[in-house]
Design a binder for this molecule. Sequence first.
Ligand SMILES: [Zn+2]
Length: 325
Amino acid sequence: MTTEKQEFEQQLQAYVGLEIGPPDEGLDPVNETMIRHWCDALDDRNPIYTDPEAAKAAGHDGVVAPPSMMQSWILRGVEMARPETMKPNKQTELHALLTGHGYTGVVATNCEQGYTRYLRPGDRVSTTTVIEAISEEKATALGIGYFINTREIYRDQQGAEVGWQVFRVLKFKPAQAQPAAADTGAAPATPRRMRPPLGHDNQWWWDGIGRGELLIQKCGSCGTLRHPPRPMCGACQSIERETVRASGRGTLYSFTTMHHPKIPGYEYPLVCALVELEEGTRLLTNLVECSADAVKIGMPVELVMTAVDEELTLPLFRPAQANKG
Ligand SMILES: [Zn+2]
């Protein structure tokens, strides 16, 4: 690690433990109108949120708010999408520091909540937020970056805790915005599929794909097949490894069809398929040359090596041709 990088990471770590700024105050008290809209939008029919009698029968003094609404009582509107209009705080300062070092992307990755008591109409909610942890630099499919954890404590008008939230974001250097594109000053290329993360344990498998071969790892000791690639046999703990080439025939073990969100570089509807190869291992892939309506669990499928762009070939599957005739 360079000294410059050490200094940068020390600057980052100086934010850990800091409260980001004054409390966020909810604009409106907890109220029955918003509760009703929430339940309506989510089709939550638990009567304790809308019917005072049902709430009393359940031991409450009157209707209560759905606990999962907690954050909605303090969230601001579209101003959140315009950071320049928001008051600077330690969190925006930390993000700006990362952005200034090339970590321009941000994506939310985790959210956990805990509820201490039910909120009731009339409660006034406020939160304080602490930067709880910043990871070391991590390599992810999106690019290298840092995970930032913040912990919000939710309080009522008496200052008593009503719940908490831990929120994690990844601030990253977008993988496709690195030197090649930047140097040429060219317009952004057509969006491409995400690149597979390559490492010591799976490079050989992708090298096989590059040669047009779908390989399966085989234990060199007991012969058990395994996928995805990994260093040790789960059956006998041997690290002796061989490979066999799959026939490319299999059946659709399970699938899900994605319509939304539409990630650039993919075509929708996107059938994400778990294919069971005739050799017995399963792999995640996409089913192509098949309308989403025609996909059926158990259908015979076959490998179709597909160049999805000028650099990346993927082992996709289509309905077995014999089955079509
Ligand atoms: Zn084995």
